[in-house]
Design a protein around this ligand. Structure first.
Ligand SMILES: Cc1cc2nc3c(=O)[nH]c(=O)nc-3n(C[C@H](O)[C@H](O)[C@H](O)COP(=O)(O)OP(=O)(O)OC[C@H]3O[C@@H](n4cnc5c(N)ncnc54)[C@H](O)[C@@H]3O)c2cc1C
Length: 390
């Protein structure tokens, strides 16, 4: 068993780290200042400029196939790079990416949606959640009715990331009420904002915010169906599956950075004539954070490795998402405690992380849904305890 990274993996990770340190971290104070004024930390053109700079560093399309100009990296490397991105709270992500399910597009749709999304000329969003259906995604009621060669879409999607900025959405709609949506009853549509849907911003405890998408008899031509009629739920699960190892990879970077701040504070802040880090109470918080961080790291890397092995990654990814999200919440909470009153102020990014990481336990499958998947796999005998070493 070899837990080390290859020289190539280290070199790519280190280059990503250098980019984040040199180009992204210097923007942090400005991002905090803007967010305090309830403005976006980065606007769309600034993000794009940074992404183009990263492209010069060689970082473009981490998961994008090389025929579209991307790096087509293995999942383990993508995970390592997302951890580097997590080290800064600037809302940055590398460019050249598109939703994984846009590769199900036909040739015409690829030119209209996939390629411009990769190039950063168009912004997409993915919409399955509805006011009446979140965890229970099979309960969606957003309907598409056939009318000649068109479909007419009516209903509301909610909590849609990028819903306010998107030029188009990949929306999952019920196309056959008589069928279970998991068995052919739902279809994915590519719908331009210009076709008539509108978005309504939702205030959350985090920075930025998702949106509700409102469709009132929006007419969509059949050629805008993504994949096949009836394939919508399957595509939706593929979209969600990708995030299950990326989200905790990002969380590792946040936890590492926050824990480093706590270590520094523990040695420089004095009370009762000595550094607070001399107290066992503080040491235990540091030790528990380090243990949980390392445990999460190996769950995350194993989930990514499972993807690279072409194995079914769902069980490993659910464990990584569940534990990674819990870990970063524990770590940031302890880091705030170690910083005392300063940790609670907006002078430091800790309270921002505290608000940000709470979401990780909720979106793209809540903690409870991950537990449900993990327990169900065990109870049905689909996964054996410790079975990956068999
Ligand atoms: C900021 C943000 C961004 C988002 N981005 C997107 C997006 O881009 N696209 C999109 O489609 N959706 C998005 N979502 C939606 C998100 O995926 C859902 O909020 C999430 O799946 C939970 O669904 P819900 O909010 O309806 O909660 P519910 O499903 O109503 O659940 C409420 C509570 O009950 C628990 N629960 C439900 N069923 C069970 C059960 N059987 N057993 C035990 N506990 C249960 C849940 O775990 C949760 O704690 C986003 C949400 C947020 C907050």
């Amino acid at each position: 068993m070899d837990f080390s990274l290859s020289e190539e993996e280290k070199a790519i990770r280190d280059t990503a780290r250098a980019f984040i340190q040199k180009e992204v971290q210097p923007l942090e104070q400005e991002v905090l200042r803007r967010e305090r004024e309830h403005r976006p930390g980065l606007d769309r053109s600034e993000l794009r400029e940074l992404q183009l700079k990263a492209r010069q560093f060689g970082f473009w399309g981490l998961s994008t196939p090389s025929e579209y100009g991307g790096m087509d990296l293995p999942a383990v490397l993508q995970s390592l790079i997302w951890t580097e991105v997590g080290r800064s709270f600037v809302p940055f992500r590398f460019g050249g990416e598109a939703d994984n399910i846009l590769y199900f597009a036909n040739d015409e749709q690829r030119q209209e949606y996939l390629v411009p999304t990769i190039e950063g000329e168009r912004v997409s969003c993915f919409a399955i959640t509805e006011p009446g259906a979140g965890s229970d995604a099979a309960n969606i009621s957003f309907a598409a009715r056939r009318d000649g060669d068109d479909w007419v879409l009516t209903g509301e999607k909610t909590f849609i990331t990028n819903g306010n900025d998107a030029d188009f959405t990949i929306v999952i709609a019920v196309t056959d009420k008589d069928k279970d949506v998991r068995k052919g009853g739902a279809t994915a549509f590519l719908v331009d904002r210009a076709m008539g849907w509108r978005s309504e911003f939702i205030q959350t405890m985090g920075e930025g915010g998702p949106a509700s998408l409102v469709f009132d008899e929006v007419r969509v031509p059949s050629r805008n169906i993504l994949g096949e009629v009836g394939q919508g739920f399957d595509l939706a699960m593929r979209w969600i599956g990708k995030g299950r190892y990326i989200i905790p990879s990002h969380a590792l970077g946040i936890a590492e950075r926050a824990l480093k701040m706590a270590l520094e504070h523990a040695t420089t802040r004095h009370t009762f004539g000595r550094p607070i880090g001399d107290n066992q109470a503080i040491q235990w918080m540091l030790a528990d954070s380090e243990v949980e961080l390392e445990a999460a790291r190996w769950l995350v890397l194993r989930a990514a490795w499972t993807v690279d092995q072409g194995q079914d990654p769902r069980h490993a990814s659910s464990m990584a998402k569940l534990y990674g999200a819990a870990m970063v919440n524990h770590v940031v909470d302890r880091v705030m405690q170690i910083h005392g009153g300063m940790g609670y102020t907006r002078e430091l990014p800790i309270e921002r992380w505290y608000r940000q990481v709470r979401l990780l336990r909720i979106f793209e499958g809540t903690d409870e849904m991950q537990r449900l998947i993990i327990a169900r796999d065990l109870l049905r005998g689909y996964t054996q305890i410790g079975g990956h070493l068999a």
